[in-house]
Design a protein around this ligand. Sequence first.
Ligand code: GLN
Length: 452
Amino acid sequence: ASAFNAAVEAGRALNAYIVETPELALKAADAADAARASGDLKPLSGVPIGMKDLFCTAGVQTTAASHILEGFTPPYESTVSAKLWAAGAGMLGKLNLDQFAMGSSNETSAFGKVISPWRDTSGKDLAPGGSSGGSSAAISARLCPAATGTDTGGSIRQPAAFTGISGIKPTYGRCSRWGIVAFASSLDQAGAMARTVRDNAILLEAMSGFDAKDSTSLDLPVPQWEANLSSNLKGKRIGIPKEYRPDGIDAAVAAQWDRGIAWLKDAGAEITEVSLPHTHYALPTYYIIAPAEASSNLARYDGVRYGQRVLPDGAGLQDMYAATRAAGFGDEVKRRIMIGTYVLSAGYYDAYYTQACKVRTLISRDFEAAWEKCDLLLTPTAPSAAFPLGEKQEDPLAMYLNDVFTVPASLAGLPAMSVPGGLTAGGLPLGLQIIGKPLDEQGVLNAALALE
Ligand code: GLN
């Protein structure tokens, strides 16, 4: 018992959970026992799952790791979480994240940073990636077998890469966004995170499907991804985009990419070089569109409708808005709201927002042209392994650069997955990214299985 308690305390020290709900996981376990007895097991019967605290969960506090939503208990369940519970899963707790899913290191949470369970030779605490850093840390530390994530510009894939696990963002529209706290609605997608590709396939199958409550939800049946998993890539053409190998690419990242290419060849795939000429514009495009949408989405947090309210003595309505938002949002969220408001303002809309939307189309067309030559793309997930906590915290641009390989697929709405690709000399995990055509989650999962 004392070894168990010590393990629990060591797990808690990572700060992966904002709220623990073991009673809900136990309830699902009891229901699974009953289902087994009556021969009525469901795909996820009894499986305990961590929920990123961006999904509204009925009766359980949902904060988006912000003060402004502290104490907010949704009266309703997100569609994705409702589907998981209907498939028999039980919630272990709400997982920490970057505030409103804005960040790449999980350092912007109002509930404290998450610490990766990984260590390199420096002995420093490392970032678990972000924004789904609670999910990635919890899975890699064995604090849950699987978790939900959301990915707007890489928030499933980059944390998966940093912690040696796998995570998939499906095609935009596969998972309903209803009941997920909105960041950038044209980019936000829910997805799965787990240790194996197979677990990801099972989880994503349970999470996906049409929902009339989300107007961008795809009205298509959910394929049987798990039943059709195969690591035989005979006849598949894998594109290697040359723009993802810039001068000065990290040597370990380039080496694992080459290993990945060799593994896919061994699995029967044909390798071909392709060009995605507008890749260079993806980061600036993303960091205009995402804040623009965020500034609009976050306007609803006014101290009237949700969570915290700050009402200074004798204050009027405008003062109440200002005081609530000043106290309730963290620095990174405020930065995004200001950038977003600026690029959407009357004088700058055309110069920034309209322009970014046009470039987004060019980036999508790059992918469409690539699909003439190949079925899937293989790239590194991130330009480096996990960095020490604190290293980029004061330098937002350095932080944004970490998303360079993940944002293009987000802008194009494509399915993309990160799988472990090996270790650096210092013993830290690196991730490989597979990007697929729209709706080809099966191809993505199969290539990921070949790399696993
Ligand atoms: N790191 C990116 C950002 O800060 C992506 C976040 C996400 O996918 N939610 O915007």
